[in-house]
Design a protein around this ligand. Structure first.
Ligand SMILES: [Zn+2]
Length: 88
């Protein structure tokens, strides 16, 4: 089980969170302006970074905030991101 250090609540088990994805995989600003191929590329070509990646997680069973952490996909080691960002 991964322990995620929420900047608002402290260390919590992973099951209190919902994975939000890699911060480098951003929704296109104008989805309606994309071709079907471009939309499929966005939907199905999700980054799967080996090693450290910045990820967003929603603390749904805690403070209900989005946080950004760094997670090593090989070891599941977690550390704070250099900058936490809020998504609402
Ligand atoms: Zn929290």
């Amino acid at each position: 089980m991964i322990q995620i250090d929420c900047p608002y609540c402290g260390k919590r088990n992973e099951d209190e969170f919902v994975y939000g994805g890699d911060t480098g995989h951003r929704r296109p600003e104008d989805p309606a302006g994309l071709s079907d191929a471009e939309w499929c590329e966005y939907i199905y070509s999700v980054p799967n970074t080996r090693g450290w990646a910045n990820e967003t997680w929603w603390h749904v069973r805690g403070c209900n905030r989005w946080i950004t952490i760094q997670r090593n996909a090989e070891s599941n080691e977690v550390r704070p991101a250099s900058q936490n960002e809020s998504h609402g």
